[in-house]
Design a protein around this ligand. Structure first.
Ligand SMILES: O=C(O)CCc1cccc(O)c1
Length: 522
């Protein structure tokens, strides 16, 4: 029997397969299409995804095909700035820029290509999911390919089969509708030159429109203009009441819409397609041994470019849990924390995108003018924030939520100097890590880990890490001497004096199997 069958080999399924492959799980990935999809769908991701690609050992391939950018800016009806979430000159606590643009066919090729490293991962293209049946030990999955039907058995199934997920439908799982639905036209183009913006006022010093995700909140026609990797560019135009999808996708209409942005700039339209931007979240993310991930579990309006990020976070969350349970190290109830952790997290970010969508999509000029006044007043009265601030901490699940910093994404400083510089995760390795403030604390942490848990937890003495003091500062700001970081880079919790309560908390939330129980499983 396989450990995991993944349905769908887009970026989410392919990352899942890489992470599970690295953990040694026997994994089969099924993809309905025989050939890679040649056009871009998702275009944006953030620093956390770069860290996951780093963990999956694919970062060097992936990063070479990306453009890092400088945040987001929203422009009001009068062409003045109403919201600025720029990142120029700000520190990069997670090691990477906040925003990256990519070309999906290239990203998919890198992620799929990397699967060849794993003898324990198989990819079957041109094979469709038909049905599944679960029992106490596993899932039987009926598949169909040009060579005929087949059945495979796995202990778990992850459905990464997109917004129209056949797996989700076969389980009868409904979607919770966040009450946002707007029609937009998405246009991709190859552009040989700079995009021309209208005269804008209130641009912050150093803001470079060619390097920003620009939201034109213009009631005449709300539109998004974002950079892409290389010479790729994307526009998104809201459809106005009464406009017809087919008419909007016609080449002459597309040219009319992008024309003002590209006067005398040579370009080639790659794709134009209408979508309904909406906020939807599956009511159940898990049914028995089956998990929904990515667009199968949720869909967001794209206003902060987080759609694919949510899915990559889903499988990063599942992968370490499946690895622990499959090893027989912990009880399968750990897997029940998947929805408990991911649903509130995704919901908070989708709600932020929906809230932005409500003001971006305003078509009434008087309302839009009032919005601009209100947004500027709000910006005046608050500290500068970036899109990274929209991502909340994990509050429920495998976190010691009563300790400072619990559930936050842990920082990743650069370590060392000059040509020997490396990112923290590459220096320490991944998995569970317990960072201690000095050698004495590290010795205590070592003893405590041995006494309390059989989980493999790496102890890191931060006084031996040449990171310019950022790890110490992180701990000090949280009045802590220890921080326990999960394999998906979220903080389990921190401890001030004694580390035992933190480790006991971990034992309390992850039920480890005794050695005797483990032997009876194997
Ligand atoms: O089209 C997409 O999927 C996202 C485009 C995008 C990226 C970043 C910011 C933004 O407002 C839109």
């Amino acid at each position: 029997m396989l450990d995991v069958v993944i349905i769908g080999c887009g970026p989410v399924g392919a990352l899942a397969a890489n992470l599970l492959g690295k953990s040694g799980l026997n994994t089969l990935v099924i993809e309905r299409e025989a050939d890679p999809f040649p056009l871009p769908r998702a275009v944006h991701l953030d620093h956390e995804m770069m860290r996951l690609f780093q963990a999956a050992g694919v970062i060097d391939h992936v990063v070479a095909d990306m453009r890092d950018t400088e945040g987001h800016i929203h422009i009001g009806a009068d062409h003045g700035v109403i919201r600025y979430m720029g990142t120029v000159g700000l520190p990069r606590p997670f090691g990477w820029s906040n925003d990256y643009f990519f070309y999906q066919p290239e990203l998919e090729a890198h992620l799929r290509g990397a699967l060849a490293r794993y003898a324990n991962v198989q990819l079957r293209l041109g094979t469709a999911f038909e049905a599944l049946e679960q029992d106490a030990d596993g899932v039987a999955v009926r598949l169909r390919s040009p060579s005929g039907p087949s059945v495979v058995r796995a202990r778990w199934l992850i459905a990464c089969d997109g917004s129209r997920s056949s797996v989700r439908k076969s389980l009868g799982i409904a979607l919770d509708d966040l009450d946002f639905e707007e029609p937009w036209l998405v246009v991709d183009a190859e552009v040989d030159g700079a995009v021309r913006f209208p005269a804008l006022t209130g641009l912050p010093d150093g803001a470079n429109l060619q390097q920003l995700s620009v939201m034109m909140c213009d009631p005449d026609r709300p539109a998004t203009v974002v950079p892409g990797r290389g010479n790729h560019r994307r526009w998104e135009f809201m459809l106005l009441p009464g406009e017809d999808d087919a008419a909007m996708m016609r080449p002459e209409k597309v040219s009319e819409l992008v024309g003002p942005w590209l006067e005398r700039v040579p370009h080639r339209i790659v794709r134009a397609a209408t979508y309904r931007f909406h906020g939807l979240i599956a009511e159940k993310w898990q049914q028995g041994r089956v998990f929904l991930a990515g667009d199968a579990a949720h869909q967001t309006p794209p206003f902060f470019g987080q759609g694919m990020c949510h899915g990559l976070r889903d499988v990063a969350n599942l992968a370490w849990k499946l690895a622990l349970v499959s090893d027989g190290k912990v009880e399968p109830e750990l897997l029940d924390s998947y929805q408990a952790e991911r649903d509130p997290h995704v919901r908070a970010v989708i709600e932020a995108a929906v809230a932005a969508g409500r003001y971006i999509c305003m078509l009434d000029p008087a309302q839009a003018a009032a919005r601009d006044v209100e947004m500027r007043a709000r910006a005046e009265g608050s500290a500068h924030s970036t899109a990274a601030d929209l991502i909340p901490a994990i509050e429920t699940g495998i976190v010691a939520s009563d300790t400072p910093g619990a559930g936050e994404r842990f920082i990743q400083p650069w370590v060392g100097a000059g040509s020997t510089q490396a990112l923290l995760d590459d220096v320490t390795g991944g998995g569970w890590r317990l960072f201690a403030i000095d050698a004495e604390a590290a010795a205590r942490a070592r003893q405590a880990v041995e006494a309390v848990t059989a989980l493999a937890i790496r102890i890191v003495d931060i006084s031996e890490i040449a990171d310019g003091g950022t790890l110490r500062q992180w701990l000090t700001e949280r009045c802590a001497r220890f921080v326990l970081v999960r394999p998906d880079f979220y903080v389990f919790g921190t401890a001030c004096e004694s580390v035992e309560p933190l480790l006991n908390g971990l034992r309390g939330s992850i039920t480890e199997q005794s050695a005797r129980e483990r032997e009876s499983v194997t």
